[in-house]
Design a protein around this ligand. Structure first.
Ligand code: HEM
Length: 483
């Protein structure tokens, strides 16, 4: 916690980082820079399209106002953000070495393709590359996110942006490597990821930004997310990097019919009180214990054996749990449950601070709803999943640590006394997933878990401040031009 007052310039920070661009649908446009000089000058026309945190807050007020008045439909809204990879900075002749606290060893400099093989545990192809879509095996220099309330709105903005960069002409400054459209799920599944669980409930609140803080994990200093701000674990940063944030993107495919079938085939017979469960309730409890929350979002640490939608809807209670006094108990929540692996709360605190491990998750679903044919066969036919995106001021402390040292590590959390039987994260763990604790009455039983989430691409980016984009990146001033 800082002692000096924190003052953030919300007009200088890209909107997705602290406030999340409002979205029903989004384009993720991955691009390569073809002509660095032209890209710089095109940026001058692109920068005015970028939505800042201050503007997103205003958009959110407008949305609330629209709802309060009971007006029909959605107000037309569009938000654009941009981020650049190390490879992009190199092409632009920008010395980004100080972005990498560990110099050339830093994962930002190496890129996620290399990290996927070395540290993240992604499945490999025979040629040694991660088993990713070809587009992500190529160099990607940057990412533009377009967020809006309708397909028509984001489509129009995409054309406008393509026009700015001369895409589809002989003088294009960028080439689109891959564009993916994500869509929030329809109807009552809005806000739920494809397995059906409400997502985006537990993001850290940020000191100096979030005014409405509900009970739950303690707030973090802005430097855990924003480079150069109070709490940034890297003490020296160049001016241009301040107020930027590292964006981690992962292209994660989800095998939903297979996941549903697995739950159906392994129903729990009894809950933790010894009460008999119907097969449906037994499958529902199994899923909740893999995730650590019910599909409604209610945390199982608070409501372990039956869903409680009212608890899920109450912002004062839905995050107010910490696995307190449970370092050797899986009765309420298995050690390897996804939310316990990725935010272990009292499994580590207060002995160890986990402030440096907090990430701000954004992202959106892609792909259609499960069809009847898929449901009946238990087999995925149409690609779907999560465009996983998170922000942090240090990739190795944030996403990479969560994936490698927590999700992929069988004997984490460390105090369980059951070592490797704790298991990998049943959703995102890379390797042999077999976890204990799923059956609350026989927690020592270990259940092998099939693969339900497959990484098919990704990259590490930096989302610079507006000032850096205008005064440095678009002009080249204050950088060591390498070539
Ligand atoms: C398709 C892939 C994924 C799915 C379906 C998924 C699903 C979920 C769900 C349902 C929650 C609970 C809701 C919430 O707390 O907001 C959650 C929480 C979380 N997930 Fe994931 N997730 C995925 C990938 C990842 C990845 C790759 C990471 C990081 C390595 C991650 C880190 C987290 C964190 C930090 C939380 C919050 C835990 C807490 O504070 O209680 N997730 N995820």
């Amino acid at each position: 916690m800082s002692t000096t007052p924190i003052s953030l310039d919300l007009n200088n920070i890209q909107g997705d980082i602290l406030s999340g661009l409002p979205k029903k649908t989004q384009y993720y446009i991955f691009f390569k820079i073809q002509d660095a000089a032209k890209f710089r000058s095109d940026l001058a026309h692109f920068i005015p399209l970028i939505k800042t945190v201050a503007q997103v807050l205003k958009d959110r007020d407008d949305i609330d106002d629209h709802k309060r008045r009971g007006q029909p439909g959605l107000i037309p809204l569009v938000g654009v953000n941009i981020s650049i990879s190390h490879f992009g900075f190199v092409k632009l002749g920008i010395d980004d070495s100080t972005l990498a606290p560990n110099g050339t060893e830093d994962v930002f400099v190496k890129g996620q393709k290399q990290d996927a093989i070395t540290n993240l545990g992604d499945p490999k192809r025979a040629d040694g590359n991660p088993d990713w879509e070809d587009a992500f095996l190529n160099e990607i220099d940057g990412l533009i996110i377009i967020s809006g309330e309708s397909h028509a709105t984001i489509e129009k903005k995409k054309h406008e942006i393509e026009h700015i960069f001369g895409v589809h002409t002989h003088h294009a400054s960028i080439q689109e490597v891959k564009s993916i459209r994500g869509d929030v799920r329809p109807g009552d599944q809005s806000g739920h990821e494809h397995f059906g669980f409400l997502d985006g409930i537990s993001n850290p609140t940020v000191n100096g930004f979030d005014t409405n803080v509900n009970p739950g994990p303690k707030s973090v200093d802005p430097g855990k997310v924003l480079v150069g701000q109070t709490g940034d674990p890297t003490p020296t940063r160049e001016d241009w990097a301040k107020d930027g944030s590292f964006l981690v993107f992962r292209y994660l495919f989800q095998l939903v019919p297979e996941f549903d079938k697995f739950l159906e085939e392994h129903p729990l017979k009894k809950d933790g009180n010894g009460k008999d469960l119907t097969p449906e309730k037994g499958s529902e409890l199994l899923g909740a214990r893999m995730v650590g929350r019910w599909k409604s979002g209610a945390p199982i640490d608070v409501s372990p054996f039956q869903d409680d939608p009212e608890l899920a809807d109450d912002p004062k209670r839905t995050n107010d749990f910490k696995f307190e006094g449970e370092r050797t108990s899986q009765l309420k929540c298995p050690f390897a449950a996804h939310v316990r692996k990725t935010n272990p709360r009292d499994d580590l605190e207060p002995d160890f601070s986990i402030d440096d491990r907090r990430i701000l998750r954004r992202g959106v679903q892609f792909g259609p709803e499960v069809t009847r044919a898929e449901h009946n066969s238990g087999k995925t036919i149409h690609d779907r999943g999560l465009l996983f995106t998170c922000y942090q001021s240090h990739i190795e402390n944030g996403f990479q640590f969560l994936q490698q040292s927590w999700a992929n590590t069988a004997n984490f959390p460390p105090f369980t006394g059951i070592g490797n039987a704790t298991g990998l994260d049943p959703l995102i763990g890379q390797g042999d997933r077999a976890m204990s604790g799923l059956d609350p009455l026989s927690p020592q039983n270990v259940l092998p878990i099939d693969t339900f989430i497959i990484p098919r691409g990704g990259e590490y980016f930096f989302s610079p401040s507006l000032k850096a984009l205008k005064e440095n990146i678009a002009t080249g001033v204050q950088f060591t031009v390498q070539a």
